[in-house]
Write a protein that binds this ligand. Structure first.
Ligand SMILES: *Cc1c(COP(=O)(O)O)cnc(C)c1O
Length: 399
């Protein structure tokens, strides 16, 4: 008998749960786009976005998903034939690399596997070898949402500095912004991209490209920049429509204003990071116990290398798909699919699943998702250790 009637819970790593407050803020008549509230709210939104990204620099907003911000960042920094170094720790590094290829950019791929972060020594070595400075940018995924690896952005910057290489450091923060600590300016990031539907708790449809003055200077020297992606008028508009290269995403702006207000009310981005970190500890405590006796394993063994926004798990085919189907149908909890994890003996990635814990999540939601997994493990006869839920509850009790 399904016990899923009631509110469903999408516990995948994006789109994430949308707060009722955000939805209610969006539920309104079409506003005037030439004067009034929507126009007046822009400086506040820009300030709020800067504080979430920890930057004093520029932000350009696009009516786009994360893929759009990938293209925007590349279109403002590279020309066809230019070279970038793509550092890959899962599916999303490849995604950005494919975007670069489509623009005629020549990406040099460096693989670090699916279970380890980028290696700063290797980055330094690759950059030192580029004595002619052909590499114009280093593309790094902060949190790779497929593997749940969190890369050390500061260490990557230190490696670039040690090599004395002038390439831009461009970081994909689509999964991490508003979840895992990210300090654009302090960490020496030149370009950072993010999107609305993950830690920022707004429906998919708006993307953000943050860029510093070094990146702006690179853009100013390009022979041409696509008019639509050009970040300069978006970051410094003379007229309101230039923020968006056309009609504003009116309702998303109301949603974003509300989500930024929620972040501020919680105590600012530090408090939001701390909540994610504590909830992740509870989640990992449960997974550790289940893993102690049975096939379930977290993809990243070392907690220090894991994102606090998403956890990727291996449970062996066909259990990953079976568990996702069971929790969705019986309990109304949708877990994430394994992404880019298929192997020759598991061609469809049926042995993997992911739990998203980004954005609008709290302790009862986390305990609810964990108990859905617990019930699924029992119902499907998947061997597992005992006592996972009390272990998570204990971590939560220590908050
Ligand atoms: C979700 C995600 C993307 C892609 O974003 P879309 O909005 O689906 O285009 C890119 N990179 C990372 C790290 C992501 O988590």
């Amino acid at each position: 008998m399904p016990l899923s009637h009631g509110r469903s819970y999408l516990a995948i790593p994006g789109p994430s749960v949308m707060p009722d407050r955000v939805l209610q803020a969006m539920h309104r008549a079409a506003p005037n786009i030439y004067a009034g509230e929507v126009v007046d709210m822009m400086p506040g939104l820009i300030d709020g976005l800067r504080s979430v990204a920890r930057t004093q620099h520029n932000v350009a907003i696009y009516i786009a998903n994360g893929h759009g911000t990938w293209e925007a960042a590349l279109s403002n920094t590279l020309s066809p034939g230019g070279k970038v170094l793509s550092l890959c720790t899962g599916r999303f590094g490849h995604g950005w690399h494919e975007m670069a290829t489509g623009l005629g950019i020549v990406p040099v791929i460096e693989e670090f596997g699916m279970q380890a972060p980028v290696n700063p020594e290797r980055i330094e070595e690759l950059l030192r070898a580029d004595t002619t400075h052909d590499l114009k940018a280093v593309l790094l995924t902060h949190v790779d949402t497929s593997t749940s690896i969190r890369n050390d952005v500061m260490a990557a910057r230190a490696a670039m500095n040690a090599a004395g290489h002038p390439a831009l450091l461009m970081v994909d923060c689509i999964a991490s912004m508003g979840c895992d600590r990210f300090e654009m300016d302090a960490w020496g990031v030149d370009v950072a991209v993010a999107a609305s539907q993950k830690g920022l708790m707004v429906p998919p449809g708006v993307g953000f490209v943050f860029f510093n003055d070094k990146a702006a200077a690179v853009q100013a020297n390009l022979s041409r920049v696509s008019r639509y992606w050009d970040w300069a008028p978006r970051a410094n508009p003379d007229l309101f429509y230039q923020y968006f290269g056309g009609t504003a995403p009116t309702h998303h702006l109301y949603g974003l204003r509300e989500s930024l207000a929620m972040i501020a009310e919680e105590g600012g981005i530090e408090a939001v990071w701390a909540r994610h970190a504590h909830l992740a500890q509870a989640i990992w405590a449960a997974f550790d116990i289940w893993a102690a006796d049975g096939p379930l394993q977290m993809n990243v063994a070392d907690p220090a290398l894991r994102s606090t926004a998403v956890t990727s798990l291996h449970v062996g085919a066909p259990y990953g798909t079976a568990l996702r189907d069971w929790t969705e149908q019986k309990m109304g909890v949708t877990l994430g699919i394994g992404l880019g994890m298929s192997t020759p003996d598991d061609p469809k990635g049926d042995g993997f699943f992911r739990l998203g814990h980004m954005g609008h999540v709290n302790a009862p939601m986390v305990m609810g998702a964990l108990s859905a997994i617990q019930s699924g493990l029992i119902a499907l006869g998947i061997p597992h250790g005992d006592g996972a839920l009390p272990a998570a509850a204990k971590v939560i009790a220590e908050a």
